[in-house]
Design a protein around this ligand. Structure first.
Ligand code: AMP
Length: 113
């Protein structure tokens, strides 16, 4: 745990979140500023800065995040959904604890802005 990391604090239960799923390794919670009718984040409890910092030992964990995200999207009525990882400030990352955005419930445009 990184003491000054917002998502580490959420994972530890020190800061409240609107949780959708939790187990020993991962946590899903609604985004505080939703950009779609369905918008939640999945994080590993382990502190990893961003996708660029994912190691080979994290591959199964990343796969679990993806599969759980798809399942929760469906449970929330989003058959079609978009998964987004921002890696680095230039790409729009503002919280430096890896998180997968799951967005659904509206039609999406491509390319993203
Ligand atoms: P990113 O810009 O990819 O780093 O995404 C960070 C996301 O975290 C943004 O969509 C924020 O709205 C969201 N966020 C920030 N603080 C919180 C919080 N306390 N609870 C839930 N979501 C948050």
């Amino acid at each position: 745990m990184e003491t000054d990391c917002l998502f580490c604090k959420i994972a530890a239960g020190d800061i409240p979140a609107d949780k959708l799923y939790e187990d020993d390794e991962i946590l899903a919670f609604r985004d505080i500023a939703p950009q779609a009718p369905v918008h939640f984040l999945i994080i590993p409890k382990k502190h990893i800065e961003n996708p660029a910092a994912v190691g080979s030992e994290d591959e199964k964990l990343m796969g679990r995040m993806l599969r759980r995200g798809a399942a929760i999207a469906e449970e929330n009525g989003a058959q079609d959904f978009r998964l987004v990882f921002n890696s680095g400030a230039e790409a729009g990352q503002t919280v430096f604890h890896i998180h997968m955005h799951v967005l659904g419930g509206r039609s999406m445009q491509w390319p993203p802005g």
